[in-house]
Design a protein around this ligand. Structure first.
Ligand SMILES: Cc1cc2nc3c(=O)[nH]c(=O)nc-3n(C[C@H](O)[C@H](O)[C@H](O)COP(=O)(O)OP(=O)(O)OC[C@H]3O[C@@H](n4cnc5c(N)ncnc54)[C@H](O)[C@@H]3O)c2cc1C
Length: 535
């Protein structure tokens, strides 16, 4: 059994060891953006909250999304309600979680393959949604973004931005914890308890120890995204399905653009390029998947994404692709509302499903659909619905309150991390050169987070996310994990192997050019020198 650290989130279940029963007013299922937002909202309203997540926070879709804080421009023609929600929420999130957002701005551009007349419909939609957009000269757009396709015919500015999902989710979860919420990561819901027409709690399994735990809860808020139907089946609700809409994204190894670039056309595949930290990410597809846990990336999808990138930035294929990954949109299919044919045609707005009205089961609400950009509104709506069912008036405070981690009050800029660390980087050992992670910070994160997973540390610090994809830093980090007395040798080696396997999943579909050379070098280090299969 591995030793544990002092992570306040992890300590909760450990301190409950031997106690088979937990109690809370509200159980939130799912530790993605929605669940973290819901826990924050409910805790701020004074509810006693427990949030459970089967893996690490943001390990589901929220940690695998495209990184765009939507201005709403994408939806103004096709989905005006979604557009209006984005316009409002974009402004609120900039105010309450500024440190999670980079104000890159956005451009909608008409490529030679797009109909220039769509630009007029786009501007009409922006006016109707009160989205501040402006048409600018193509020459100005090209001055701003010199790598952009010089053959674009029209360009419009919008307030798009990029948003760091991990910081966002951790920030809301920390905020909830500061208001008394208990955040149980690595706790999977395996059953819901239903009696007398209402839910009364759930059975959980601690995924690290295998122990079962019962939780008694007056209300359950199902924020499990693409897995929501699986949770509902546990309450005997069989006729709701979630059609997982799979999308892939590819990170290129530097910022080909500094502004979010969207094609000015009806939403389609591969039409957005988002600059995030030091990389830029092209995405995405939207393909119906059978199972949210089985979302393999195909070579055809990768080729399509690279071709789509070429339309926006000529020479895109020659840039170095770092990594590809997939996420699943939680698109609801209600058997009572007909079958979903094309996942892209499903509205991107959200809805709260009240299972008392729909299925005669009280105390259970499910969040369906939505976007990361609208997570705060989604949380507000579901907690409002819970208050209404409980007959309580507790006003929402998330429009004004800032969760922790946003004290600076400024959106982050490229280079801000370097500025923060420049002083100490002179004296301390640099562990991850790509992401500028020094030894002290790594050790601090290892102690704080506890656990044995280097992949969890990656989500906290971006460890191993640069061009070498962990090739140079991860064996150093493994040694440190061992040295800080978190794990014995065998456990540390297992953690290293797990990390490498996870990284490999994102690398093999894009093995060409420089990244192929990098993968060969990494392979020599880990297989040839270190013989990781047998350490
Ligand atoms: C390809 C793609 C690109 C996207 N890009 C953008 C974008 O650029 N901007 C934007 O605003 N939105 C975007 N979205 C939408 C956005 O990412 C999602 O709407 C949002 O992240 C969903 O968050 P969530 O918390 O509802 O779901 P998730 O983040 O998936 O969280 C649900 C959690 O529930 C957990 N869970 C499941 N079963 C159990 C169980 N039995 N017990 C305990 N926990 C369980 C899962 O592990 C998971 O962590 C994108 C979506 C996709 C698929």
């Amino acid at each position: 059994m591995s030793r544990r650290g002092s992570d306040p989130f992890r300590d909760t279940p450990n301190s409950m060891r031997g106690v088979p029963q937990l109690r809370a007013e509200v159980l939130v299922i799912g530790g993605g953006a929605t669940g973290a937002g819901v826990a924050w909202d409910a805790a701020l309203r004074g509810f006693d909250v427990v949030l459970v997540e089967r893996g690490d926070l943001a390990e589901g879709t929220s940690g695998r999304f495209h990184g765009l804080l939507h201005s709403g421009g994408r939806y103004v023609v096709k989905d005006p309600v979604a557009a209006e929600e984005c316009v409002v929420e974009n402004t609120i999130l900039r105010a309450v979680i500024p440190d999670c957002i980079e104000d890159t701005g956005g451009l909608f551009v008409t490529t030679p393959d797009d109909d220039p007349a769509y630009g007029d419909r786009f501007m009409d939609g922006c006016r109707a949604a009160q989205l501040p957009a402006e048409e600018i000269e193509v020459a100005d757009a090209l001055r701003r973004e010199p790598r952009l396709n010089p053959r674009i015919r029209r360009a419009f500015t919008v307030p798009d931005a990029s948003i760091d999902a991990w910081k966002t989710v951790w920030s809301f979860a920390r905020g909830a914890a500061a208001h008394g919420a208990r955040i149980l990561t690595y706790h999977r819901v395996t059953d819901l308890h239903v009696s007398d027409g209402a839910v009364s709690g759930a059975r959980l399994r601690n995924e690290l120890t295998g122990e079962d735990l019962d939780i008694e809860a007056g209300f359950i808020l199902n924020a499990s995204g693409a897995w929501a139907a699986q949770i509902l089946h546990m309450a005997g609700i069989e006729d709701v399905g979630v059609v997982p809409g799979k999308g892939i994204m590819i990170a290129m190894n530097h910022r080909l653009v500094d502004t979010v670039i969207n094609r000015c056309t009806m939403p389609a595949d591969g039409d957005i390029l988002v600059p995030i930290r030091t990389v830029s990410v092209i995405g995405t597809t939207d393909i119906r998947a059978a199972d949210p846990d089985e979302i393999p990336v195909t070579q055809a999808e990768v080729d399509q994404m690279l071709d789509d990138g070429e339309r926006l930035v000529p020479g895109f294929r020659e840039a170095r692709a770092l990594r590809v990954w997939a996420g699943v949109r939680p698109l609801f299919q209600d058997a009572r509302a007909g079958e979903v044919k094309d996942t892209r045609d499903v509205s991107r707005t959200h809805a709260v499903v009240d299972h008392r009205e729909r299925d005669g089961i009280g105390g259970l609400l499910t969040m369906s659909g939505g976007k990361l950009t609208t997570l705060r509104l989604m949380a507000q709506d579901i907690v409002d619905a819970m208050c209404a069912q409980l007959g309580e008036e507790r006003p929402c405070r998330t429009r004004e309150e800032r969760p922790p981690g946003n004290e600076d009050g400024d959106s982050y800029r490229l280079g801000s991390r370097l500025r923060k660390r420049e002083k100490t980087l002179q004296d301390e050992q640099l562990i991850c050169e790509c992401e500028l992670i020094g030894r002290a910070r790594l050790e601090e994160a290892m102690r704080r987070r506890g656990g044995e997973s280097l992949d969890d540390i990656r989500r906290s610090l971006r460890l191993g996310m640069g061009p070498c994809q962990g090739g140079f830093c991860i064996y150093r980090a493994t040694g440190i994990l061992h040295a800080v007395d978190r794990l014995d040798g065998e456990e540390a080696s297992a953690s290293l192997r797990h990390f490498l396997q996870e990284r490999w999943k994102g690398v093999w579909p894009i093995l060409y050019g420089d990244q192929l050379r990098q993968a060969r070098l990494d392979d020599w280090i880990f297989q040839g020198l270190l013989d990781v299969e047998h350490v």
